[in-house]
Design a binder for this molecule. Sequence first.
Ligand SMILES: C[S@@+](CC[C@H](N)C(=O)[O-])C[C@H]1O[C@@H](n2cnc3c(N)ncnc32)[C@H](O)[C@@H]1O
Length: 236
Amino acid sequence: MSTGPRLARTRSFTRRGDRMPPRHHAAYDRLSPRYVVQVPPDGDAGVTTVDPAYRLDREREFGRLAPLVVEIGSGSGDALRHGAAERPDWDFLALEVWRPGIAQTMARMGEDPLPNIRFVEVDAGQALGTLLGPGEVHEVWTFFPDPWPKNRHHKRRLVAPPFADAVHRVLAPGGLWRLATDWADYADHMRGVLDADDRFELVSTERAPLRPVTRFERKGIAAGRSITDLAYQRLG
Ligand SMILES: C[S@@+](CC[C@H](N)C(=O)[O-])C[C@H]1O[C@@H](n2cnc3c(N)ncnc32)[C@H](O)[C@@H]1O
């Protein structure tokens, strides 16, 4: 089995702890066997890594082969649940390091199960290079990635050339990378990275059709920031 490029662990997140309310704990315990794909870690490099030799068998995990959306950093799952409910004919794979967010998403799904969602608890920066096969993904979503606004923290931003390589590899030709941010400076940074990459073309700055208004968007607007949506298409 060939594997993709091995990426370093990213520093786009800090461990925010796994504390969560008891009902989210209960939802995690009850529903994770169904929704959270267990992946082997990369040796002793930590629980949010995945063994680069491991490849997700999505036909087995979803029980079918359908167009696949990969959401990077699904947080508490608003976009994920909305997308999966609107497009039952697509599958949605969330890569998220923050277990309380996964638990909260599943707690909300408890009453309204969505069979087309799966989670992998991994650092997407490390995992995306190997977890999926080349060209397997219809759309990648990166909505409101942690902005790391201080200059000295910009190197922690997820959207950077090595991550663009990983996204390019997993996207099918013609597939879309949809991004949104409420930080103008991060929007400029995203455009700087992706406009300079001739493997991608900017095809829309309209709101992504399946992106609902989330807490991060509301907070950004309340703080006087404006929202940027970008959709880049994989060329060739
Ligand atoms: C600011 S929140 C936005 C959540 C959600 N996309 C939304 O719009 O509400 C960013 C999320 O990305 C996750 N995250 C950051 N870096 C990540 C990485 N390298 N791999 C997976 N998830 C990551 C964080 O844990 C957090 O839940």
